[in-house]
Design a protein around this ligand. Structure first.
Ligand code: PLP
Length: 440
């Protein structure tokens, strides 16, 4: 309560503009994820690792657009390239050379990709990949993992955070739409499976033999903190999907370039059929992409699969992605962000170990999180035991001391190539203060 009072004292203008915004925007925001208690911070500018709210408070940004800004804010190299592109026009809706160069760079970085198509968000990427998988297999159903988030289109906006009562049997979960307005027919085509349970998946695919086009999953779940696969799980999923003639789609919207230069399959050498990308591959401009083997991607043609979009491959996003991936994300830059992330994880771990706090840490590349639960959760049901009240108190505590974290702590930190050792040390110091406070 004290932290909430302090937050409100520091941010009256955010409160005021939010109240005003409620008249013209439902909930006062443009994405419901932004409508968090007590009210969202409104932002007026950002640069490097820093972001400033409407009241002028400065924060070190570990939110980074839900992990879309591995590049950090307003990187000078990127700004120069975007200013140059703006002078040449921001939209053609005809192809531009940079789209080819960026496609080549993604093919070079991501082992499973032979061909790629661009779209404008992670949501579009998973939507388009699912359509392609359905066309390729001539099947309608998909399987998604309980607790995972793949964007806001109807097919996948299911069982993202279902209540325990609605979720049903742990090994054969119910499909629980996360929103009203999704037709029952769509719901019936999405089957839910638990994470880290290859046998349950096998069972579900056997029950629906010949009906399932694809299993869509993140290799490491990134919307329930960071949930790691157990030894051998991903390989088993690969074997099982292959046996059932089901495509495997890895959603790398978050993991993409942030966990390793070539994404998650660099760390877990399991080959999916399709991968979806977005967020950090675009240097902060709206972007999405999906790609895979040519034998699958070739269905995209005038007769079979339509993949469309006025803004697809637009010159601003293409230039942003190209410059970010080829000029800014050097191996050294990736190593810098990863090393800071590992250092932050270590300082959390050291304090947790010495105090015996019921917490755990997970870190992978530039991403990491600390969860208020004693052990790592291996699936969504276990993750529900995270102390969300304490997580929220910690979010406020951080914000009041100049650290911006994704709200809710079901997300994770992202460390950009522009963060510094001092930024990490400040973050670690605030965690120490929090621990001292709650131990009193
Ligand atoms: N997939 C994953 C794993 C995500 O985390 C997100 C967004 O957070 C999406 C897809 C949807 O991406 P977007 O918000 O760009 O539509």
């Amino acid at each position: 309560a004290r932290e909430e009072a302090e937050f409100k004292k520091r941010t009256p203008r955010s409160h005021e503009i939010h109240e005003r915004g409620k008249a013209s925007l439902p909930m006062g925001v443009s994405s419901s994820f932004q409508a968090v208690p007590p009210y969202p911070l409104f932002i007026s500018r950002a640069e490097g690792s820093r972001i400033w709210d409407y009241d002028g408070n400065e924060y070190i940004d570990f939110h980074l657009g839900f992990g879309s800004l591995l590049v950090g804010h307003s990187h000078p190299v990127l700004m120069a390239a975007l200013r140059d592109q703006l002078g040449k026009g921001s939209l053609y809706s005809l192809p531009c050379p940079d789209s080819v160069f960026l496609a080549e760079e993604l093919v070079r970085r991501f082992a499973p990709i032979e061909q790629v198509r661009f779209c404008n968000s992670g949501t579009e990427a998973t939507m388009d990949a699912i359509r392609l998988a359905r066309a390729h297999t001539r099947r309608d159903k998909i399987v998604k993992i309980e607790g995972a988030y793949h964007g806001h289109h109807d097919n996948v906006l299911m069982s993202t955070k279902p209540s325990l009562e609605a979720a049903g049997p742990a090994r054969h979960p119910n499909t629980v739409p996360a929103s009203q307005g999704i037709p029952a027919d769509v719901k019936n085509n999405t089957i839910i499976a638990p994470y880290n349970d290859a046998e349950a998946l096998d069972q579900i695919l056997s029950e629906h033999e010949g009906e399932v086009a694809a299993v869509i999953t993140e290799a490491v779940l990134m919307n329930v903190g960071i949930m790691l696969p157990q030894e051998g799980y991903l390989q088993r999923v690969r074997d099982i999907t292959r046996r059932h003639g089901v495509l495997l789609i890895f959603d790398e919207v978050k993991t993409g370039v942030t966990v390793a230069p070539g994404g998650i399959t660099e760390l877990y050498p399991v080959e999916p059929d399709l991968i979806c990308l977005a967020k950090s591959i675009g240097g902060g401009m709206p972007i999405g992409a999906f790609g895979g083997r040519e034998e699958i991607m070739r269905h995209i043609n005038h007769q079979e699969v339509l993949h469309l979009g006025t803004f697809n491959g637009n010159p601003m996003s293409m230039r942003a992605g190209l410059v970010t991936l080829t000029e800014i994300f050097t191996p050294e830059a990736h190593a810098h962000a990863n090393q800071l992330s590992a250092a932050l994880a270590k300082s959390y771990e050291d304090l947790i170990a010495s105090t015996g706090l019921p917490m755990h840490v997970a870190q992978i590349g530039a991403k990491g999180c600390a969860m208020f639960r004693h052990e790592r959760a291996r699936n969504y049901r276990a993750w529900l035991e995270v102390d969300m009240e304490l997580s929220f108190a910690y979010w406020l505590f951080l914000a009041n001391r100049g650290i911006l974290f994704p709200p809710g702590l079901d997300d994770q930190w992202t460390i950009s190539v522009q963060h510094s050792q001092a930024d990490i040390e400040h973050h670690a110091r605030v965690f120490h203060e929090f621990v001292a406070e709650i131990s009193r």
